[in-house]
Design a protein around this ligand. Structure first.
Ligand SMILES: Nc1ncnc2c1ncn2[C@@H]1O[C@H](COP(=O)(O)OP(=O)(O)OP(=O)(O)O)[C@@H](O)[C@H]1O
Length: 399
């Protein structure tokens, strides 16, 4: 990306930074009897990059369209810098909200050149002459498309079209930019390149970005905070790291990242049980003990833990010849301890930098666990399993 010049008068360090920029309060929207956004409360700080993440149909786009002004809420309100934009009875039109929007479909005018597309909003504002040419050129340089200014949209690739859409959005210098799955039409490689472009544009613009996606990798790579929606409701809002390490529910634990949700003996049943709170367990002996005492058919209370595969150590119980001639025979970095659990390999998949291994833990009631290994393990092979860390979940898994 070209060197960028900040265009927003505001920044995260401005005196206004402490005041929430955008406030959604008890926001609600229904289609017929179907409530698709349900009492949504969300505050976004000026200059923030917030991702709205959730499975298909959870209400992300509807929320974004209400912020943009394309849909009106049935209840609740939307405020920008203390100004009421919309509630059930009033709605400021989209063009008067001072926001930019980037769509999955690019939405370029097919009969206009790249430069004319980028300058469209500026011309509507009456900008002409040298100022106009400079603003268009600056925006195109920021997305590295200055050499395509005379091209027509149909002569561009998908990635280039999305860059034009981005240039058109930033040329108007909005304080708030709404992005609706802008990379969904691009291939994997181009998506990674465009993620870098978005990060850089956000850093240098000082604008607030709200980015709708169902791709958690994209949300994690881009946003400083992620608001996860499920069935029209906000279920957790946190930094990507916090969301990954300490999801609030079993649904979130399964939705974010890879991992296994395992049943353990409920707290308080034994002196060795983990604490009765949502919290981090970092004692392998305590985790193993709680797993050993869990029974699916037990009438005693049960609790669940999330185990990420990077916290699982696997070691062949008895050395076996590897299926691959050049496989290493060294044990995993952190070898299982004497108190390790027994398991049987169900599946082992090569993933380039490591193997992904599904193991059946041999407990009173067997449970499936995902771990990583640096060497190939064979299906059916006996392994010793050590779990270094687990996150206690408080709710019951749904279904
Ligand atoms: N204009 C409409 N009329 C009726 N139902 C609608 C309308 N727009 C959206 N919906 C419904 O509202 C629900 C939420 O849609 P929305 O587009 O907000 O979800 P989403 O989380 O953005 O999903 P996706 O990731 O698939 O785009 C869906 O069940 C959808 O079918």
């Amino acid at each position: 990306m070209a060197q960028l010049t900040p265009f927003s008068p505001s920044s995260a360090s401005s005196p206004q930074a402490a005041r929430p920029h955008l406030v959604l309060q008890q926001l609600r929207r229904s289609y017929g009897h179907h409530t698709v956004v349900r009492d949504l409360n969300l505050q976004v700080a000026r200059g923030q990059f917030l991702a709205l993440l959730g499975p298909s149909g959870c209400g992300k786009t509807t929320t974004l369209r209400m912020i943009a002004g394309f849909e009106q809420p049935d209840g609740g309100s939307i405020q920008l810098d203390g100004r009421l934009l919309a509630n059930a009875t009033t709605s400021v039109p989209p063009e008067a909200r001072g926001m930019g929007m980037v769509f999955q479909s690019y939405a370029l005018w097919p009969h206009m050149s790249v430069a004319d597309n980028v300058g469209y909003a500026l011309r509507l504002r009456g900008m002409r002459g040298e100022d106009y040419r400079r603003a268009v050129n600056e925006a195109l340089e920021q997305v590295e498309l200055a050499d395509k200014s005379e091209a027509m949209p149909q002569q561009l690739s998908g990635g280039q079209k999305q860059r034009v859409a981005l240039a058109r959005c930033i040329a108007a210098k909005p304080q708030l930019i709404l992005l609706d799955e802008p990379l969904a039409n691009l291939d994997r490689h181009l998506r990674r390149t465009m993620e870098a472009a978005f990060r850089q544009l956000h850093r240098h613009s000082g604008a607030t970005f709200i980015y709708v996606t169902h791709d958690q990798g994209e949300a994690m790579a881009l946003a400083d905070e992620i608001a996860v929606m499920h069935a029209g409701q906000l279920v957790q809002r946190a930094s990507p790291q916090k969301l990954y390490q300490t999801p609030r529910s079993t649904w979130l634990a399964r939705f974010i990242g890879q991992g296994s949700v395992l049943r353990i003996e409920a707290p308080g049943n034994r002196r060795s049980s983990p604490p009765a709170t949502s919290g981090l367990l970092q004692e392998p002996a305590v985790i193993h003990m709680a797993l050993r005492h869990a029974h699916a058919d037990s009438l005693k209370p049960q609790q669940h833990i999330l185990v990420r595969p990077e916290h699982v150590s696997l070691q062949a119980a008895t050395p076996v010849a590897s299926a691959t001639p050049d496989a290493q025979t060294a044990p995993e970095a952190a070898a299982p301890t004497d108190a390790a659990l027994s398991g049987k390999v169900l599946d082992c998949v090569f993933k380039g930098e490591r193997f992904e291994v599904e193991v059946l833990l041999q407990l009173a009631t067997p449970q499936r666990l995902l771990g990583y290994a640096s060497q190939h393990l064979i299906a059916g092979q006996a392994v010793r399993v050590s779990i270094r860390q687990a996150w206690c979940l408080l709710d019951e898994p749904a279904g």
